[in-house]
Design a protein around this ligand. Structure first.
Ligand code: ZN
Length: 287
């Protein structure tokens, strides 16, 4: 969609457009990614749990603070839709919009996944990414986006007029129902915009529309996260498969995703603390 222009540009249009871009947030004020700490912690790991997310379905699992989890590509290229919650309070969940504003449209090693207000703190830190070589391609696309939402049956019905029940939104909802024994309607409202793990996306240069292309992920690739707080995690193996053609239907070839949870040595966590909730007073100008 091009933006229609019905208004004549003002005489100083060129000058107005020349205003220099300024990064919206002074991100140098954020806590630094302490590579030495995370690399030290991940140097010796014991695997404490492993599970498989079947294609076109989702699974939920817990990751205690101070543990790592990996999402591993197996069998074939497959995109995963990731949700994170505070394991003790589902109202604190991954905030993709603020994370995008603080970091970028796509995440890799060193990126943090921030939580919703009022806590706004890092829930997880990305500590390894075997797709970090991809960078930005000639279409302006990158891997692991936080600009998409999650494929869902509502948009699908709007666009195609049919019901499809294995969209990531529904898969994540069912996984949360099972994990927390919640009624379906109650679980659904906790499902939120995802991190699109392994997905390759961007905005078209001419019309700035969201596009996807076949993921470069191959079996053996993985992305690794450090849980900064106790996490409940849900991962859907998207019905789009590698998202090179379609989603929200049974057309794409889909593969499972593996999840591993790893514990570091106790001594490497000495001195490390879970990030506290944001300290804003929450008075909002009332007192
Ligand atoms: Zn999906």
């Amino acid at each position: 969609m091009t933006k229609p222009a019905h208004t004549m540009p003002p005489p100083d249009a060129a000058e107005r457009r020349r205003a220099p871009p300024v990064l919206t947030y002074s991100v140098e004020q954020l806590p630094l990614f302490n590579a030495a700490f995370y690399n030290g912690a991940r140097a010796e790991l014991s695997k404490v749990a492993e599970l498989t997310v079947p294609p076109r379905d989702a699974r939920a699992f817990e990751v205690p603070a101070g543990h790592f989890f990996r999402i591993v590509s197996v069998e074939g290229p497959q995109v995963g839709d990731l949700n994170l919650w505070n394991a003790h309070d589902l109202t604190e969940r991954f905030y993709s919009g603020k994370t995008r504003a603080l970091h970028a449209t796509h995440l890799s090693t060193g990126g943090r996944l921030w939580s919703t207000f009022p806590r706004l703190r890092p829930m997880a830190t990305i500590t390894h990414d075997t797709l970090d070589w991809y960078g930005w391609d000639e279409d302006g696309a990158g891997v692991h986006d936080i600009i998409g939402t999650r494929c869902d049956p509502y948009t699908n019905l709007l666009l195609k007029g049919t019901e499809y029940h294995h969209c990531c939104h529904s898969n994540l909802t069912r996984a949360l129902v099972t994990a927390r024994d919640l009624p379906l309607e109650e679980a659904e409202v906790h499902v939120h915009d995802v991190m699109n793990v392994f997905m390759c996306t961007g905005y078209t240069r001419d019309t700035h529309q969201y596009f996807m292309k076949a993921s470069p992920v191959r079996p053996g690739d993985f992305i690794e996260f450090f849980a900064e707080i106790d996490l409940l995690v849900a991962l859907s193996a998207c019905p789009g498969g590698d998202c090179g053609a379609s989603h929200s239907d049974d057309a794409a070839k889909c593969y499972p995703l593996n999840v591993e949870v790893h514990r570091p040595l106790e001594r490497v966590l000495i001195g490390w603390q879970s990030p506290p909730p944001n300290r804003y007073s929450r008075s909002h100008g009332t007192g």
